[in-house]
Design a protein around this ligand. Sequence first.
Ligand SMILES: Nc1ncnc2c1ncn2[C@@H]1O[C@H](COP(=O)(O)OP(=O)(O)OP(=O)(O)O)[C@@H](O)[C@H]1O
Ligand SMILES: [Mg+2]
Length: 320
Amino acid sequence: DRLLTFARRQRLETRRIDLNEFVLNLTELLRRTIGTDIDLSTSLASDLWLTEADPGQVENALLNLAINARDAMPNGGRLIIETRNASLDDEAVALIPGLAPGDYVVLSVADTGVGMTAEVKARCIEPFFTTKGPSKGSGLGLSTIYGFARQSGGNLTIYSEPGRGTTVNIYLPRAREEKPSRGDAAKTTTVQPSKGETVLVVEDDDRVRRLTCTRLKELGYGTKEAPNGPAALAILEKSPEIKLVFSDQVMPGGLSGLDLAEVIREKYPKIRVVLTSGYSPDLIGRERVDRLGLKILRKPYQQADLARVIREALEEGAAS
Ligand SMILES: Nc1ncnc2c1ncn2[C@@H]1O[C@H](COP(=O)(O)OP(=O)(O)OP(=O)(O)O)[C@@H](O)[C@H]1O
Ligand SMILES: [Mg+2]
């Protein structure tokens, strides 16, 4: 593939590194780069695994993503840099081509900027693709980062919608020597069995929605599906068997997952709601999430985590 051919032009000097150190060391430079209208915050996992990557490429990636975020927020906004561990199973990587199941360290850069249209999102990692005009952008930022991530044994995922900001996640493999003989990803976690309840899946992306239904059926749940909030409410109206709504947070159209949860809380107080999102959780109104007592499952998620979160929400509902 053309993108990978482009990527192989880079020569990588791979070392064992702690991504948190890079974020901390670069924070001052990033602050100066993005200016005072943008509020920069970090959320760094304290138990972060080491990764194996080229230090210069990591710095380049952070700087380029911060500049992209700045360009997307001409009137200011929030920039959030996050690190976290992610153990991914087969199901979790199903929609991320080229990413093998395993343990990864994730670097996320999230902004509250203009976001991307579907057309721009589909092309943004192409070399020389830019919407900024020849004097401003070369269109090499994301393609270089993508190439670096793939060459390092990882990948890139991008969540973006017009007006809803952008979250870019760089997956880098966990450093090898650190791994116990059986990686955490391979650990057999007990999957909590269902009692056959019906779950309504709300998700605008057809492929993600279909896969989510398949995964829930594998766990023994019945499923219904809706592509957006209003359609979900129409289905709830005539489907009293639905016990839980599993909804994406960021969806096009008027209703977000949180908005939908608020309506359901009012109209159907017995129905449980679980949200899922690929965006940085710091961009989702924490105060509303807490007030509604909601759980948010970060995408992509393992089958065992899906099973646990759904089960816990249903049991809480049965207990209250
Ligand atoms: N955070 C973001 N928010 C909105 N759109 C973005 C964001 N990051 C990238 N894009 C879109 O993707 C395009 C490609 O980004 P990329 O970083 O590869 O190139 P560029 O920023 O245009 O130029 P360069 O990085 O080479 O200076 C951008 O022109 C922009 O349209
Ligand atoms: Mg750029």
